[in-house]
Design a protein around this ligand. Sequence first.
Ligand SMILES: Cc1ncc(COP(=O)(O)O)c(C=O)c1O
Length: 385
Amino acid sequence: MIKFLDVKKINEQYEPELSASIKRVVDSGWYLLGNENKLFEQEYAQYIGTNHCIGVANGLDALRLILRAYLESEWMKEGDEIIVPANTYIASILAITDNRLKPILIEPDINTFNINPFEIEKKITSRTKGIMMVHLYGQNAMHSEIERLVKKYNLKLIEDNAQAQGAYYPLIPPIGGLEEHHTWKRTGSLGDAAGHSFYPGKNLGALGDGGAVTTNDDELAEVVRTLANYGSKVKYHNEYQGLNSRLDEIQAAVLRVKLPRLDADNQRRREIAQYYNDHITNAGIILPASRLSPLVSCLSHVWHIYPVLCESRSQLQSYLAEKGIQTLIHYPIPPHKQEAYKEWSSISLPVTEQIHDQILSLPISPVMIPEETEQVVRILNSFQA
Ligand SMILES: Cc1ncc(COP(=O)(O)O)c(C=O)c1O
C-alpha cells in the first residue's frame, strides 16, 4: 500500500541522531524551558529570518497567543475584524474567535487555493485590524495587493505558516540565477508575526505537538512569551491572565535534529510535485496551478499537500483505495458549514464550497520512492469517472 504520509519512515531518516537527542534530554533531567528550547528558538529564528522565535505548545496556540498579545497591548479590542481565507483549516479561525475577534471570511483563488487578494478590500471596514494570511498546502500566499492593503489600512499581517515551513516569497521577481538573488524572504518573516505548527505530519514535524511564534516586533515577542508562561515574567508574579503553552525539551531537541534537513526534504517534495504535474494526464483531474512563473513558484511552494480537483472525487478516492493508494481530503467541510459556526450556515461561498466538494490530496512526502510516484500516476491516469 502507498501511504498518504509515512511519518515513521520519515523519522527513521534521522536515526540514530533522533533517539540520541531524546536520550540527551532524558539524561539532562531538565524537561521544560531549558537549553534545547533556547537553542531551537535561535536556530529557527535564523532559519525563518526573524529576530525572535518563541516555542509554544502547538500551532493553534501560536496564533491564539499572537492575537491575544494584540488585545493585551490594546492594538485590537474584542469585536474587531480579522480577514481570513474561508477555506483554511479551522485552527486559523478558532484562534480568531477564541479571542472574541470577528473572522471575515474571504474566498480563495481557485487556482492557488490561497486567499484571493482582490476580494479583500471590499470587506475592509473601520473595525478591520488584521489579515490572517494562511500559506495553505505549503504555498506562499503573500501578494503585492496584500502588501498594499496592509499599508493603506494600517493592518497587522499575521501569517499562518503551519503548512509552509521553508517556503519563500520573492520581494522582486528574480532575474538571473536564484543563488545570486538576495531578495527572497521566508514565509513566517513576511508580516508582523507568524504562527508555526510542528504537528508530526507537518514538513517540520515533532514527535508530538509543538509550535512557534516568529516576529521582528520586540514588544510583541515579550508579551507572547509572558502570556505563554501563565502571564508571568517573574515567577509567581502575574501580569496577564495567561496560559501554559510551552515547547517541551524533547520536542525542541527532535526539531533541532530535523531542521537542518528541512530544505532537502522540501526539495524532494518539489520533485515529486513536478513529476505529478508533468505526468498526470487524466482530463477529469485538475492539477494545482500557480499564478507565478515556474521559477518563482518552485521556491514559493513546499508542497505540504499536493491537491487535485475532481468532479467525481468520491469515486476517484475509492478507486485509488482499491488499488492500494491512500488519499485524504483537506478539508471535507468548510469552516462556515461546521456545527461550531452554525451562525454562518446560510453564507454562500461558492469557490470555497467547490474546493471542499472536489479536492483530494495525493500521497507526497520526502520518503516516497520513484516506483511509488510512478504507480500513483499510472493508476490516476487509468481512472474513468
Ligand atoms: C493552516 C493551519 N493552521 C493552524 C494549524 C494548527 O496547528 P496545530 O495542529 O499544531 O495546533 C494547522 C495544523 O493543524 C494548520 O494546518
